[in-house]
Design a protein around this ligand. Structure first.
Ligand code: ZN
Length: 256
């Protein structure tokens, strides 16, 4: 069964800024769809959704058919309807994977899943970024040939990054200007996993970089639903599997 991925993009800068449109002519969602097809082949089936579609393209039907949702947003986080954020959060808690890319650190859904501001320091000076692999045996680092890889021109994101301690930390970035950043993190929420990956930015060709493409594809594969089937919501079990010899009468009406 292929992994069913919904690639969400606010799709604003590509339509309003010439430089971004030139770099990502089919939209960033188009580049992500191409990279997943290139990296995962028949193991993936992609679908795209954007902000301006009804319900932002994230209807119940679409989410029901989604194993992993990828998220790109930058200029229009506030325009995402809270009811859709509720719906996406619910699906993640049920087991859907979520991959938040670069400026999605400030998206409503990422903040909702983490419960903190998720804010950070930034600078746009086209500086070098060195991304260190700090968990080399992690499946998301699969195929990275060295202890680190580099991107020649990036926007800097620096600590303090206001996130809860990640459940899994895979990459730490160092920037030419001196800052460091937790740039590849996994958070487990309910039955779902959330992967945050820092590299990106609409005016640099980051999503054409081979290592970045590999990591994002690994991330999609890693956060897909896994493990035992979910056995329902929390509930009262008045009839036990085995008989219990109670020493006291229990008034069940108090426990319903
Ligand atoms: Zn950026």
């Amino acid at each position: 069964m292929p992994i069913r991925v919904t690639i969400w993009n606010e799709f604003v800068h590509e339509q309003t800024n010439e430089a971004v449109a030139k770099l990502y002519p089919g939209g960033i969602h188009g580049v992500v769809a191409d990279m997943l097809a290139e990296q995962l082949g028949d193991d993936v089936q992609t679908h795209t959704a954007t902000l301006d579609e009804p319900q932002h393209g994230l209807t119940e039907e679409v989410l029901d058919q989604t194993d992993v949702l990828t998220w790109w947003g930058h200029a229009a986080h506030d325009r995402v309807d809270d009811a859709i954020v509720d719906r996406v959060q619910r699906r993640v808690l049920q087991g859907m994977g979520l991959v938040c890319m670069h400026s999605a650190h400030a998206s409503k859904i990422f903040q909702r899943m983490l419960g903190t501001s998720c804010m950070l320091r930034w600078r746009e000076a086209a500086e070098r970024e060195r991304i260190w692999v700090v968990d080399p045996s992690h499946p998301i680092a699969e195929g990275i040939e060295n202890e680190f890889f580099e991107l020649p021109h990036t926007e800097m994101y620096g600590e303090f990054f206001d996130i809860p301690a990640p459940d899994e930390l895979i990459f730490i970035s160092w920037f030419e200007g001196g800052e460091v950043f937790r740039s590849g993190c996994v958070f487990r929420r309910g039955k779902g996993k959330v992967f945050y990956f820092r590299p990106g930015h609409e005016t640099f060709p980051i999503y054409y970089d081979a290592n970045v493409r590999r990591v994002l594809a690994n991330g999609v594969r890693y956060v897909q639903p896994a493990g035992a089937r979910f056995h329902g919501e929390g509930r009262n079990i008045p009839e036990p599997l085995e008989p219990i010899e109670a020493e006291h009468e229990v008034d069940q009406s108090l426990h319903e």
